[in-house]
Design a protein around this ligand. Structure first.
Ligand code: PRX
Length: 680
């Protein structure tokens, strides 16, 4: 199991490991039916064809007006794609499919309770529901083009319906993962400046019907204290007509959507003809500082990129039943549950609950019942399913042609279980590396073109030209197997446009470090810095080694170290807090939190519990630390900086290296003993 410090500690070891993995060839039946089996695509997307090559993706969409310019790069790094083009995302995901596919399922909503029937929503019904809800957004919530609408919806069909309704009227949606706390939701409402919140009364998770609306009420109050008033809360009901939350409805502010929709039966909304450059949505992600960043994605560039990559990498045809187990609250769900697959007229599965509920056979029963043939998930979910039911897949009659893995590096051993047992040796696997910021895949094998290699994400996508740079900005030679910071040397249509309301931070965080000349208007001087360490093998395949900044990737979700630390510091006794990633068998990595107390306080179980509670309340249960370790002092440099690197080594049983230059080297051994005693 590798740790977050891979890029620093074990380059040599990884290089050896790299050589060991053998290739797997894609099965012939897959190649025969693939959307893309001709390597000529790499010629069409060759550097000399940039940026015009990306028109190939834009042409997969329907435009009201064709673009005049493929890429306007005159104001780096604020790239503008398909300038002059006009389109609507909901039209591309719904209306244009009706002539051929109106009777085909667009969504299969699978409730967590296994005795509840699956809801099949045809493209025709999706069209009706999106139009009616879009009308309600306009008429009841007074939403206009360009307004930000915050969504805090669980995994239900109403989530893509609400997103597409926003897109239809040109409103910018900001879906906040349903597992986020009221505080995190409020922070995102304030930052986006939303006055409308869409939520649901309740949803199932792990066999329990969770009260979800209560969190919305708290968030609205917190947002108001923070200066952002929510005028309308639109509440869907998990069981229409049977309000399932204990939180009362606030007169004048809260509306029961299912009830109100009865008054909008059959209402249609003409799709807004948005400019390619108009924002489609915000997706908040963690960064190095405490404040989450609202990544702003465009309509034309983003939709083109996710449609093209979903078509070629995920091999989606309209005949396919596609199931991505991610949550739509993360970028994976936006790009590869909603926008990419629906633009390609796929039938998309939306599963409400836990993959292991009521047992580890559940995903395979769903796959069998719906005849799912494309499956998409994360290494964390694969590890969890493997532990809970290693022999379950064989009991069910389903057949995947393609499986995706995303979010973190997958260990070759886990990859092989995924391939042999889940995929029954019949499915191609694509390991896709990308980020919230990048909109879509950056590296992956092309499933009918390249052999797979466990643990490697494969070469760069067509038209994407990565460079691996060392700390001084020197290029690490291609294929040398040496690690460095992976950057993308050219713009691409899926890249986010800016950080909402913070263009300065956008430039500082992603471009400033490796920009060759801040005055330059040549895109070649502005490589995009991903913040990941990586190396490239001789075969051109990239291996991603993890974050180089203070971001912890937990189960494929990014958490900022500062977010967790500031939650810990809200406990009165805590003087200092430092969080590090620790290897975990299932989740890949989990946060482990070190705290020191103010003078006069003694460490005890009570403080430890309150620190954990503070993290859960401020961020959400998915951020819960694996352990809270109370230490007399933090290892610090002479200038007083906490050395998270030393703590990370202790947490992962590694050698912290030379600590003699620290201001307090003796504390390192003391911390090691405290931690060992705790871990028993
Ligand atoms: O460190 C990389 C890791 O996840 C980060 C992006 O997280 P997020 O923005 O939440 O998006 C997750 C879904 C795209 C990256 O900076 N990561 C993502 N995919 C992989 C990966 N690490 C290794 N292999 C991958 N396939």
């Amino acid at each position: 199991m590798k740790t977050a410090r891979d890029e620093r500690v074990s380059e040599a070891e990884i290089a050896v490991h790299w050589q060991e993995e053998e290739y797997y060839q894609p099965p012939v039946p897959f190649i025969k039916q693939a959307n893309l089996a001709d390597p000529a695509i790499y010629e069409r997307f060759a550097p000399e064809r940039f940026p015009a090559c990306f028109a190939e993706y834009a042409e997969l969409l329907d435009w009201y007006r064709r673009w005049d310019t493929v890429l306007d790069s005159s104001h780096p790094p604020f790239w503008r794609w398909f300038v002059g083009g006009r389109l609507n995302a909901s039209y591309n995901c719904i209306d244009r499919h009706l002539a051929r596919f109106k009777n085909k399922a667009a969504l299969h909503f699978v409730p967590e309770p296994e005795d509840e029937p699956i809801h099949h929503v045809t493209y025709q019904e999706l069209s009706y529901r999106v139009n009616e809800f879009a009308t309600l957004l306009r008429e009841v919530a007074r939403v206009k083009k360009g307004d930000r609408v915050t969504l805090h919806l669980p995994m239900v069909a109403e989530l893509p319906i609400a997103m597409l309704a926003c897109a239809r009227i040109g409103a910018i949606h900001s879906q906040v993962f349903s597992g986020y706390s009221a505080k995190s939701l409020a922070d995102r409402i304030i930052d986006a400046g939303s006055s409308v919140l869409i939520t649901m009364d309740a949803y199932y998770r792990g066999g329990r019907l969770l009260d979800h609306k209560a969190g919305a009420d708290q968030a609205v109050e917190l947002a108001e204290n923070g200066g952002q008033r929510i005028e309308k809360v639109l509440v869907w009901e998990r069981y229409p007509g049977r309000y399932s939350s204990k939180a009362p409805l606030v007169e004048g502010r809260d509306c029961l959507v299912n009830e109100m929709l009865k008054g909008y039966h059959g209402c249609r909304v003409k799709p807004e003809e948005s400019a390619a450059e108009d924002p489609l949505f915000l997706m908040y992600t963690s960064g190095t500082t405490g404040r989450p960043k609202g990544c702003q994605h465009s309509t034309g560039g983003y939709l083109s990129y996710v449609t093209g990559t979903a078509k070629y990498v995920e091999d989606i045809h309209p005949e396919d039943v596609y199931w991505c187990m991610a949550d739509i609250g993360w970028i994976t769900g936006h790009s590869y549950i909603v926008y990419g697959p629906l633009a390609l007229a796929a039938s998309v599965v939306i599963y409400e609950g836990l993959p292991t509920w009521p047992d580890a056979g559940r995903p395979w029963r769903i796959a069998q019942e719906l005849d799912v043939n494309i499956f998409h998930t994360s290494p964390t979910a694969i590890r969890g399913l493997r532990r809970a039911g290693p022999d379950e897949p064989a009991k069910y009659d389903y057949h995947f042609k393609l499986m995706t893995t995303v979010g973190e590096a997958i260990e070759p051993e886990v990859w092989r279980w995924y391939h042999d047992v889940v995929g029954k040796g019949e499915a191609v696997i694509v390991d896709t590396w990308w980020q919230t910021e990048t909109g879509g895949f950056l590296t992956s094998t092309m499933p009918a073109i390249h052999p797979m290699k466990p643990g490697s994400t494969g070469p760069a996508m067509p038209g994407i030209y990565p460079v691996i740079l060392d700390d001084e900005g020197r290029e690490i030679p291609e294929g040398s197997g040496r690690a460095g910071n992976i950057c993308i040397s050219n713009p691409w249509p899926g890249c986010f446009q800016t950080i909402w309301k913070d263009p300065g931070r956008f430039v500082a965080q992603y471009y400033a470090r490796y920009c060759r000349d801040p005055e330059s208007t040549d895109w070649r001087d502005w490589p995009y810095m991903s913040g990941d360490g990586a190396m490239q093998g001789e075969d051109g395949y990239y291996r991603i080694l993890g974050r180089i900044d203070d971001v912890i990737n937990v189960a494929g979700h990014r958490l900022g170290a500062k977010e967790i630390e500031s939650a810990a510091l809200s406990v009165a006794e805590v003087a200092e807090a430092a969080v590090v990633p620790v290897a975990d068998e299932i989740k890949g990595r989990m946060p482990e939190l070190y705290v020191s107390l103010k003078p006069g306080f003694t460490p005890g179980e009570d403080v430890r519990q309150r620190v954990t509670a503070a993290v859960t309340a401020e961020i959400g249960p998915f951020a819960r630390p694996k352990q809270v370790i109370m230490v007399p002092d933090m290892p610090k440099t002479r200038s007083g900086k906490i050395m998270r690197r030393v703590l990370a080594a202790l947490s992962n049983g590694e050698d912290p290296g030379d600590v003699t230059t620290l201001a307090n080297p003796e504390v390192v051994e003391e911390i090691r003993q405290i931690r060992n005693a705790l871990s028993g």
